[in-house]
Every structure is written in C-alpha cells, then in structure tokens.
Design a protein around this ligand. Structure first.
Ligand code: NAP
Ligand code: F7E
Length: 324
C-alpha cells in the first residue's frame, strides 16, 4: 500500500485528493497546522480513514518530522495562502507560505528521503498579464499579484531542485477549479452561495467586482486526478491542467441565477471596492500536453459545475434550517 503525505488536506483540493488516493488504496496522511478550533469540515467524512500529523509550512523542523514519521512515497504540496486579494494585504506572509514554504518542503524531502515524488501546486495566476493565448507549459510568466509572484518562486524552486538534486519534483500549473467545497470568498462560490441565500429569502443583494474577468474554470474533483497522474510518469515533467474554454464572471452569474429562475440584474451590484489593484483580465489554458501524455480529460463542464454548486448551496442552507 503506497503512502501519500498531503499538505493542505483541510482545503478544497486536499479533501478531493485524499478521497481520490483512498479509492486507489493509498495510506493517506495529511499535514495540519495548529488552530484553536478544528477546521476539518471538508474531511470529516473520511477522518477515520486518514492520519493527520501536525506541522506548518513556516516551520522546517515540523516538515522534517512529518516526512520522517509518515515515510511517504509521494508528497502533494497543496498548502498555501491561496486567496489573491489577501496577498496584497499580507504580502510577506503570502511569500513565507506560498513561496518559501515550497523550499522548506523540498529541503525536508531532500534531507529525509530524496526518493520521494513531490507534486507542487502551481497556478495559472503565474501567467497574469498573459503573453500568449492560450497559455501552455512554455508561455512566459507575468504575475500580477503578490500571490502570483510567490507561486512563480514556488514553481521555479521546484524545477531547480529537480535539476540540482535529481528529485522527482513536478509542478502542476492548474487553472481555476471549483466545487461545492470552494472557500466562500472565491467568486464562483460567493455567487452560488449568494444565489441560494437570495432564493431562500435570506439576502437581497450580491456585490461583485470585475464582471468582465475571464477564467478557464473546471471541477476540482477532476483536477486532483491529474496531480496523481503526474507522479506516476517515468520522468518528472510539468503540466498545464485546464479545460481549454473560458467564461466571464458575468456568465457564472447568469447561469447561477437562472438555475433558480431569478433575473440577476435585480440583485447584482458592481462594487469598485472589490476591484483588485491589478487584476488578471483573462486566462485560457492549453491542456494538450496533459491530454497526450497523462491521458487526462476533464469530465464536468462549466454549466454543470455552476449548477452543481448552486444545488449544493441550496441543500446546505435547507439542511441547516435556512442558514441559521
Ligand atoms: P485552499 O482551499 O485555500 O486550501 C489551502 C490549504 O493550505 C488549507 O488546508 C490550509 O490550512 C493550508 N495552509 C495554509 N497555510 C498553511 C501553513 N502555513 N501550513 C500548513 N498548511 C497551511 O486552497 P485550494 O483551492 O485547495 O488550493 C490548493 C493549492 O492549489 C494551493 O496551493 C493553491 O494556491 C493552489 N491552486 C489552487 C487553484 C484553484 O483554483 N483552487 C488553482 C491553482 C493553484 P487551514 O485549513 O489550516 O487554513
Ligand atoms: O477571482 C473576479 C476577480 O478570487 C476570479 C485561486 O484559487 O484561482 C483562484 O484565483 C476573478 C478575478 O479567483 C469578485 O477580480 C469579480 O478576476 O475566484 P477568484 P482567482 O483570483 O482567479 C487561481 C488559479 C489560484 O491559483 C488562486 O489560488 O473574479 N471577481 N468580483 C471577484 N473575485 C472575488 N473573489 N470576489 C468578487 O466579488
């Protein structure tokens, strides 16, 4: 039975990846940081089948201890400060988690067990002000936020440890992926959650920033399969993971409101406070290499994804007694 160590297991992707690896017969261990209250909502349904070890990307010795005690064959480094607007408010901390945290994990692996295969969660935010359309593994980076800059560092340090020390360390350049487990602050979930609240009479307005921003949105459950596939290859290589289609924030709004038979124009307000200092206007991925080499294809389409999220938010509010 192979063993995987997943950092960020309490996050959206960590929870889907843990389910995926359990189904493949892995022993799954997750790194969790200390908190005054438990934050295991996304993994409570599998908690009796996974093992949690304590550690923090800020603390190298905790990563060394975690790698030593778990003794994994594979490490999936998903932990990060992942919300772009927060990266302007906390740029140094974002750099510590999202950039230097990667070096700490690579150092822990190099020191304890250099034969480990490591996946690094890189991001389409590295393309930022795009230099080519669509974006592929060879498109130059031009990040537009402290988060994007930190991810570029994480990407290149992964490449560098591969080239310097021969580690099997790969970087997955994933475009936006969403699900009912997406954090409430990200735009798709903010919209689907608000639509459910409006439909149930718990809210009457949704304030949004840039409605024209375009993203290549896929389903998180599909994307974790690509992470695993990258670590099963003969040689370590980086991959773009995307659907190859892009939509605007306005498209998300239209699909979400029409799912509950409401006219979005009555509820959505544009709020300049929600505009970013420098936004990424449009991202579109070219997943041709992943299709060809990994045999990876996304299964859930854009409309199905947004409707799945609206339905899940409606159910959750209903189950929770109208959200109270
Ligand atoms: P997420 O839901 O925000 O989860 C982030 C995870 O990182 C949480 O488990 C969090 O733990 C953990 N974490 C944060 N700081 C940590 C620290 N100092 N030490 C240990 N753990 C820490 O993010 P996600 O959407 O699942 O994304 C997973 C990864 O993929 C991230 O690296 C993200 O930047 C990257 N990515 C995401 C997307 C996307 O569209 N979702 C696209 C490209 C790349 P707590 O629960 O304790 O906060
Ligand atoms: O914004 C616009 C906003 O916060 C998408 C992270 O997982 O994907 C994610 O980063 C777009 C932006 O995701 C609101 O300006 C309009 O253009 O959902 P988001 P993101 O910034 O693309 C990448 C790949 C990651 O790696 C990140 O970790 O939507 N937008 N109005 C809004 N965005 C938010 N959050 N809230 C609004 O009200």
């Amino acid at each position: 039975m192979p063993t995987a160590l997943v950092t960020g297991i309490t996050g959206q992707d960590g929870s889907y990846l843990a389910e995926f690896l359990l189904a493949k017969g892995y022993r799954v261990c997750g790194l969790v940081r200390r908190s005054s209250t438990e934050n295991f909502d996304r993994i409570k349904h599998i908690q009796d089948r996974i093992q949690l070890v304590s550690g923090d990307l800020l603390d190298l010795s905790s990563l060394v201890d975690a790698v030593r005690s778990v003794d994994p064959e594979e490490v999936y480094n998903l932990a990060a400060q992942s919300f772009v607007p927060t990266s302007w408010q906390q740029p140094v901390l974002t750099g510590e988690f999202t950039a230097l945290g990667v070096t700490r994990m690579l150092e822990a692996i190099r020191t304890v067990k250099p034969g480990i295969r490591m996946y690094q969660a890189s991001s389409s935010e590295m393309f930022g002000k795009v230099q080519q359309v669509p974006q592929s593994e060879t498109t130059p980076f031009y990040p537009r936020s402290p988060y994007g800059v930190a991810k570029v560092y994480g990407h290149w340090i992964t490449v560098n440890y591969r080239e310097s020390y021969g580690l099997f360390a790969v970087s997955g350049i994933l475009f936006n992926h969403e699900s009912p487990r997406r954090g409430l602050e990200f735009v798709t979930r903010k919209i689907t959650h608000a639509v459910a609240r409006i439909k149930m009479g718990l809210a009457n307005e949704l304030r949004l920033g840039n409605l024209n921003a375009k993203r290549d949105w896929g389903f998180a459950g599909d994307y974790v399969a690509a992470m695993w596939a990258m670590l099963q290859q003969e040689k370590p290589e980086d991959f773009v993971i995307a659907t190859g289609t892009a939509h605007t924030v306005r498209d998300v709004v239209e699909i979400a409101f029409s799912r509950v038979d409401l006219d979005w124009r009555r509820y959505v307000r544009e709020d300049s406070q929600l505009m970013r200092p420098a936004d990424v206007d449009a991202l579109l991925g070219d997943p041709a290499k992943a299709h060809k080499v990994l045999g990876w294809e996304p299964k859930v389409g854009f409309k199905e994804l947004i409707e799945m999220m609206v339905d899940a938010d409606l159910m959750a509010l209903g189950r929770d007694g109208r959200g109270r």
